[in-house]
Structures are given as structure tokens and as C-alpha cells.
Design a protein around this ligand. Structure first.
Ligand code: FES
Ligand code: FES
Length: 238
């Protein structure tokens, strides 16, 4: 019998253990042929078929019985990834009180921008490296991207939107304008908030100290000389 007639006869080719193994020769994820035995004398195909069909354990029962229970995710402790845990948070931003229910993982930066509609605070790196997100919490400068909103509940928070007194700019804002302390302006809200915090701290007396104590705020445009000049002016006026 030639090959075609043999194939049409419905008989298995000699040497083929099972003509149903149409994928024989194609390896599985572990590089085994699809007909490879998985243990207890059953093929992988039979094992998978049984698993899909339902709780029929077949001869692999002892293997499944020994399988460890699913590991609990160590990051979530088994809780749902979203929606829990949450807390009621009272954010007092620029003198205005906001009551929010927030996931504990929400940063102050995202709460300000996404929940309170205050986009003046910028998100640069979101990793505590650029200072674009600097705000004042209880008068001290912090990176809002590294601060959980729940941790500053009830504390007074000042953002760039809250520095001016009505139409009158904060002295640092005015000095930045006078000294052209920005180009694209993306880092500027963080620079100004940081400068306000620096002046309040009272440690900087010289240009070198201003540079050192402003080193957490990066300006990709390189407006540093003008930023230092603006801060020096306000420092000298104190
Ligand atoms: Fe927070 Fe860069 S966005 S430090
Ligand atoms: Fe452009 Fe500072 S003004 S990043």
C-alpha cells in the first residue's frame, strides 16, 4: 500500500503510538513533545484533557494531592489589589479643607493633581529624584511623590497655588520673575516651594549653601544661576 492509500485507509502508520497525536513533534513550553508522558503512564494530552474536563483526577491524583496550596501574595496579603484598604483622609490644602476616601497607597502628589484638581504641583520622575513635586507640609518641604496622602491627614499643606496672597505674589515668586529663574517652567513650582522652605529653615547664607540646599530640585533647562540669584535677593531682603 502506498503512502496516500495508507493515509486514507484510517489505519495508523506503523511505529506511530497514537495517530491522534497530530502535534507530535511540536514541543510544549518545557521543550517536551506533546505526547510525552507526565507520570503514572499517562500522556500530557490525556492529563490536560482530564484537567479541562473537570475534577477528574485520573492517575495523576497523587501528584495533585501533594501540590502546595496557592501562595498568598506577600504584597497584598491576599487583599484585592484595588479598592482596599482605604481610609477617610482630611487634607487641608492652602487653607481649604478636603475630605476624601483614599486608598492608602495614593501619594500626596496624585491626591493633589487627580483628586483635588491642583495641577500646579508637577510630576517629574515620580521617584523622589527631581523635586518637581515639592510642596510644604506643616511648613517643611517634602516630595509629594514620596508622601502618602494618609500620612499628612490634618496637616497644613501649601502648594504653589497657595503662596500668593490674592493678587500679590509671594516674594520668591516675584523674585523668580525678576531674575528670569525659569525657562520651560516645569520645575518652577517645585523650585519656588523648595526655596520658600529653604528660607524658612534659615540655614542658607551663601550662594554655595543655597545651591547645596536646593540640590534636590533639578532644572533640566539649567536656569540655576538665575534661581540662585532670585533666592539670594529674597534672602538679602529678610
Ligand atoms: Fe517627585 Fe520627581 S516627581 S521628586
Ligand atoms: Fe525648565 Fe527648570 S525651567 S526644567
Amino acid at each position: 500500500m502506498d503512502t496516500d492509500s495508507f493515509a486514507n485507509s484510517g489505519q495508523e502508520f506503523p511505529g506511530e503510538p497514537n495517530a491522534d497525536l497530530a502535534l507530535a513533534g511540536q514541543p510544549d513550553d518545557l521543550g517536551r513533545p506533546s505526547g510525552a508522558q507526565v507520570g503514572s503512564g499517562i500522556t500530557r494530552r490525556e492529563f490536560v484533557g482530564a484537567a479541562v474536563a473537570g475534577p477528574v483526577v485520573l492517575a495523576a491524583g497523587p501528584l495533585l494531592a501533594d501540590a502546595p496550596s496557592p501562595a498568598v501574595d506577600r504584597h497584598t496579603g491576599g487583599r484585592k489589589p484595588h479598592g482596599e484598604p482605604q481610609s477617610d483622609v482630611r487634607l487641608v490644602v492652602n487653607g481649604q479643607e478636603h475630605r476624601l476616601r483614599l486608598d492608602h497607597r495614593v501619594t500626596l502628589l496624585d491626591a493633589l493633581r487627580e483628586r483635588l484638581g491642583l495641577p500646579g504641583t508637577k510630576k517629574g520622575c515620580d521617584h523622589g529624584q527631581c523635586g518637581a513635586c515639592t510642596v510644604l507640609v506643616d511648613g517643611r518641604r517634602v516630595n509629594a511623590c514620596l508622601t502618602l496622602a494618609v500620612s499628612v491627614s490634618d496637616l497644613p499643606i501649601t502648594t504653589i497655588e497657595g503662596l500668593a496672597e490674592g493678587e500679590e505674589l509671594h516674594p520668591v515668586q516675584a523674585a523668580f520673575i525678576r531674575h528670569d529663574g525659569f525657562q520651560c517652567g516645569y520645575c518652577t513650582p517645585g523650585q519656588i516651594c523648595s526655596a520658600v522652605g529653604l528660607l524658612r529653615e534659615g540655614y542658607a547664607k551663601t550662594d554655595e549653601e543655597i545651591r547645596e540646599l536646593m540640590s534636590g530640585n533639578i532644572c533640566r533647562c539649567g536656569a540655576y544661576p538665575n534661581i540662585v540669584a532670585a533666592i539670594r535677593e529674597v534672602l538679602g531682603a529678610k
